[in-house]
Design a protein around this ligand. Sequence first.
Ligand code: ATP
Length: 364
Amino acid sequence: MAYLTFKDINKIYPNGFHAVHNFNLEVEKGEFIVFVGPSGCGKSTTLRMVAGLENISSGEFLIEGTRVNEKGPRERGIAMVFQSYALYPHMSVYDNLAFGLTLQGVDEDVIEQKVMKTAKILGLTEYLDRKPRALSGGQRQRVAVGRAIIRKVGVFLMDEPLSNLDAKQRVTMRSEITQIHRETGATTIYVTHDQTEAMTMADRIVVMKEGYVQQVGTPYDLYFNPVNVFVAGFIGEPPMNFVKGTVTNGSLKIGKTDVALSSVVSEKTAAAYEGKEVCFGFRPEHAVLVKDKAVPDAIEFSCVVELTELLGDNTNVYIDIDGINLILKIDPHDTPKIDSELKFAVPKGSVYLFDGETEARILQ
Ligand code: ATP
């Protein structure tokens, strides 16, 4: 039996807005699940339904096989970290950490032991006497996480917990949260709109768009086997390149290159798409520059370089193929000159083909 079960969950707000459609998911004990998607896709709404802060319009949410739809937040054994931290400004870090346990009537000695242990895990020991206003954003964030992990709960929920931090602090806290998860082993659901956070932290990612789950999978699955254009474009940085076009005489014309569909999918599938629209996709990092000799088993393109961005470990090259704008991610030592002509190839195994109408991935 799964630890958490979402069964056909829907959320319709009182104003009639259908924010979450038929959400289904099974979460194993100890998993770190990330809900990711653009603003408004319904990830916070879903998380709030798990927390019991928002009622479930239809469907069931089960914890260890027991329906908890009707249970309040406190009865669910869940702790939540909010975007805003929600620390008590007039209380010291110690009291902020201790607060939940004090309310529960836990013994002072036990509270002290737990506060000291949590502070140690989070590197807050020397700040226990300070008030939140005398802490940095990252330290406040740690107190907020500490307040949640100090209680022994089955499920740990986080809603964009790193959004108030600067880029560097985010990277540090990302690995700290992963570390805390490893230490506590608590089943975690983490909400973010940042695909990098999702990719680096999750055991499994749930990609959402406009209230619908698009795909559930490991970071590896989502990167290498996206089910549709949306997931393919959302996961990966810079995003996947897409070129739409109609299949004519078995090929899709991209600039001077005729991409024979049968070279990336079966003859049968290629024939079925004759006269129809498809979307050709490849990741910027999968492009290979053609230098002296042709790249084997790849499709070659010619382009003009419009702009380059040297990032240190790689260069992003913004290119134009007869009016189509794409990005290549290449070795910085190969950074080309602006306005120069460039030849690159995409290995056939790195090509993604999508149905132009449904945007679903075409396999085989
Ligand atoms: P963000 O990253 O911006 O927080 P999100 O993916 O978490 O976005 P939700 O907050 O879950 O999105 O909102 C999903 C949709 O439901 C949005 O279109 C939002 O406007 C709508 N919504 C949220 N709360 C309510 C409400 N109380 N009444 C009506 N509609 C709401």
